[in-house]
Design a protein around this ligand. Structure first.
Ligand SMILES: [Ca+2]
Ligand SMILES: [Ca+2]
Length: 290
């Protein structure tokens, strides 16, 4: 994909007017064209390709995020696409398959769909650099598990952070953890308002890398509600996180989708840190912006 032109105001108005008024939705990228008006590829040696035919996609075409064999470690060495414009509150969604590393032994590959603010000034005054970020993530070595994380602060220098997270085994219908953390590995119990729903239905045979699902979240100043749409077309709430408000990011941010190699984020219960030796692909049917 080439880098698209900046979003024109007139075009934005037209798209907003034709979108569903009930949801007050913004533009949707279907990844069926040669270029995107809303996204750009973050420079890397990896590949992002639009108009890739894919059965199971709504319109026959997808955007393919390809992490090339033997990648370096970290998102910057991965494949990333990002909106050219920052957005703030509203509903973000994407219909996609996460990276599929079946057949490769214990590789560490992360797929993400997330907002990320590059403004790390300490606007909330808690002494830790701000890190406004709302994540949906999967590890390809454990494709039945989804990671949902809402960040407000992170210091790369000290490891100090502020985040709330929920980890769910969707195949089993089991919430594995719901935590507030001030450093990696910490799990401070959360209030009832931060821990709803207390159960999530199982999706039989759920595998994030082999089947398209719609995932998303609605972000407001006081609530972040994560969902997926099940095979019956019903929206299932994965996490309806309701404050405290200081645990919810406020800064406008681009929306990104990426695939990258991690050598230190293990699945639940076993290690998977190997470098992939073959290309790893994630397919995005569409991306809905607020
Ligand atoms: Ca801060
Ligand atoms: Ca599509």
């Amino acid at each position: 994909m080439r880098i698209g032109p900046p979003l024109a105001v007139a075009c934005s108005v037209v798209l907003l007017a034709t979108a569903s008024p009930a949801l007050a939705a913004g533009p949707r990228e279907n990844w069926a064209g040669a270029t995107s008006q809303y996204f750009q590829k973050v420079p890397s040696a990896n590949e992002f390709t639009t108009r890739v035919p894919s059965s199971g996609s709504d319109d026959g075409f997808t955007g393919r995020l390809r992490l090339k064999a033997r990648p370096g470690v970290g998102p910057d060495a991965g494949i990333q696409i990002a909106t050219t414009a920052s957005r703030q509150y509203g509903e973000y969604g994407t219909r996609m398959k996460a990276a599929n590393c079946a057949g490769q032994d214990r590789v560490g590959v992360i797929t993400g769909a997330f907002t990320y603010s590059g403004d790390h000034s300490d606007s909330n005054g808690n002494g830790v650099p701000d890190n406004g970020e709302i994540d949906i993530e999967w590890l390809c070595a454990q494709p039945e598990v989804i990671y949902l994380t809402v960040w407000t602060d992170y210091s790369d220098a000290t490891g100090s952070l502020r985040k709330v997270s929920r980890v769910i085994d969707l195949r089993a219908g089991r919430i594995l953890s719901t935590c507030f953390s001030t450093y990696f590995g910490e799990c401070v119990p959360v209030s009832a308002a931060e821990n709803a729903p207390t159960s999530v239905p199982a999706i039989s045979g759920y595998d994030s890398g082999t089947e398209f699902f719609e995932y998303g979240f609605n972000w407001t100043p006081s609530v972040v509600t994560y969902y997926l749409v099940n095979r019956g077309g019903q929206r299932v709430t994965l996490w309806d996180y309701r404050g405290p408000a200081q645990r919810i990011p406020t800064k406008p941010a681009p929306f990104l989708q990426n695939v990258w190699h991690s050598n230190n984020w293990d699945p639940i219960g076993f290690e998977a840190r190997n470098q992939p030796t073959a290309d790893v692909d994630s397919f995005v049917d569409w991306t809905q912006l607020p």
